[in-house]
Design a protein around this ligand. Structure first.
Ligand SMILES: Cc1cc2nc3c(=O)[nH]c(=O)nc-3n(C[C@H](O)[C@H](O)[C@H](O)COP(=O)(O)OP(=O)(O)OC[C@H]3O[C@@H](n4cnc5c(N)ncnc54)[C@H](O)[C@@H]3O)c2cc1C
Length: 427
């Protein structure tokens, strides 16, 4: 036997699963197809700027932060200051009505909107208000606010905290919980980007004895007495338990011949975004640091204001367009929207540009929790009962949390279940 547990995929889910299983005393091998670990949590250095794969923020006190702490990893970063935040409406920037004071002063709402927004904010922050079973986010927002512009603000806050841009499909209860998490305790922008987490996880997993292999793409999994993992380079490995920390389409591709796996995750609805990140020699004069689109699904934030992501004096701006299901705008359209937003938020930025990253079609999460499929409860399970010893992890798995928090929660559960399975086999 080559290992007790083989983990396939070296993104956050795979690294967490490998570190946790190895810490618990399992013999672990992790196989990653790319030349680097980290998956969508990788960070690329360009001219001294640290570019994540699009704007990334760590949800405080969520399963990812908790899972890292259990492994002794404490990340450094800063909560973004939103005091002078703006919203974008009809092509103009206004004070963002994110707290009572700015709500009273903002020019984006009239008096009736402001009154309505106060009620909506009380529902959002109060524990007495909840979503109904099977309710979409759109129906939930309709119960929270009467005024269309206030409902649009709620949809914008949903996009901000979930990256999902389908209020008519998203599950209201899951959305409300995530919006509350984003508000309090809020998020952190990480110094040096998410590579900080990835590097610490690699070190922790290796320190606990896990063997991590990059450039090892898994081609197929079969099962005899134990699992056999065939790699694209013609080699193979054997283990009694596997954790598949890859997206649902890869699971179907490599394990589709195992019982009941041919259709796993087939109904998953990907959450996509277009990203545009710019490194500036210095912040533009008169610029603002945070903009959330109300009537356009746009996000703008100078992440380097909070975190160490730029060389001394420099400024790293992250812009993102939340894509609706199936939406595929042209690159030219996206570039014109992004540069237009830069002109509004960082006037005179063009001569200051030192580095740029455009990622026009990014997979943010493998599955949007939808009302029609039971919300978080409708996602794939970690344990595949039809195939003992086989477990899945990722941001489309498990009944807890969104995004990388879902990846971390399912990875922790998969490691625990794989370990229990291996121990149950006896000596
Ligand atoms: C633009 C953007 C913004 C985001 N913002 C946030 C945010 O603010 N907060 C947040 O919590 N989350 C955010 N996310 C989501 C977060 O990045 C992901 O949820 C998380 O990184 C997923 O980790 P994972 O390990 O499940 O998947 P992945 O990172 O996709 O890892 C899967 C790994 O498997 C490997 N692999 C694939 N096929 C094979 C194979 N055949 N053999 C071996 N290896 C294979 C891949 O190379 C990859 O490394 C964002 C994502 C994007 C794209």
């Amino acid at each position: 036997m080559d290992a007790e547990v083989i983990v396939i995929g070296g993104g956050l889910a795979g690294l967490i699963a490998a570190a946790k299983a190895a810490r618990a005393g399992c013999r672990v091998i992790l196989l990653e197809s790319a030349s680097e670990f980290g998956g969508r949590a990788r960070t690329r250095p360009i001219n001294g700027f640290h570019f994540n794969q699009g704007a990334h923020a760590l949800y405080r006190a969520g399963p990812l932060e908790r899972g890292l702490a259990e492994l002794g990893i404490h990340v450094s970063g800063i909560k973004p200051p939103l005091k002078s935040a703006r919203v974008l409406h009809q092509g103009r920037l206004h004070a963002a009505p994110f707290d009572l004071l700015s709500l009273l002063g903002t020019g984006v709402f009239d008096a009736a909107d402001k009154l309505d927004a106060m009620g909506a904010m009380a529902k959002l922050t109060g524990s007495g208000f909840g979503a109904r079973a099977g309710e979409t986010a759109q129906a939930l927002f309709a119960r929270m606010a009467r005024r269309p512009k206030v409902r649009d603000l709620l949809a914008a806050l949903m996009r901000l905290s979930t990256y999902g841009n389908a209020p008519d499909l998203a599950d209201g209860a899951a959305v409300l919980a995530q919006m509350r998490l984003a508000l309090d305790p809020g998020v952190l922008y990480l110094d040096h980007g998410w590579a900080q987490m990835v590097d610490a996880l690699i070190k922790t997993a290796q320190g606990a004895g896990a063997h991590l292999h990059p450039n090892r793409a898994v081609a197929q999994i079969t099962r005899g007495d134990v699992f056999s993992v065939a790699m694209a380079d013609g080699t193979s490995l054997k283990a009694p338990s596997l954790i598949l920390a890859v997206g649902p389409h890869v699971v179907r591709q490599i394990a589709g011949e195992l019982p009941k796996l041919e259709a796993i995750g087939e109904s998953a609805m990907p959450v996509m975004a277009a990203c545009f990140d710019i490194g500036l020699a210095r912040p533009a004069e008169g610029g603002v640091n945070f903009v959330l689109g109300i009537d356009q699904p746009l996000y703008f934030s100078v992440h380097s204001v909070a975190a160490g992501l730029a060389p001394p004096g420099g400024s790293l701006v992250q812009i993102l367009r939340y894509l609706a299901p199936g939406e595929m705008p042209s690159k030219a359209q996206l570039e014109s929207e992004f540069e237009g937003l830069m002109d509004l938020a960082q006037p005179g930025w063009r001569p200051l540009e030192q580095a740029r990253q455009s990622l026009f079609m990014m997979l943010v999460a493998n599955d949007l929790p939808r009302a029609a499929s039971g919300g978080l409860a409708g996602r794939a399970r970690v344990e595949l009962t039809a195939c003992p010893g086989l477990f899945v992890a990722g941001d489309w798995v498990g009944q807890e949390a969104w995004l990388s928090d879902a990846a971390a929660a399912s990875a922790g559960a998969a490691a625990q279940k794989a370990m229990a399975y291996v121990r149950g086999l006896g000596p």
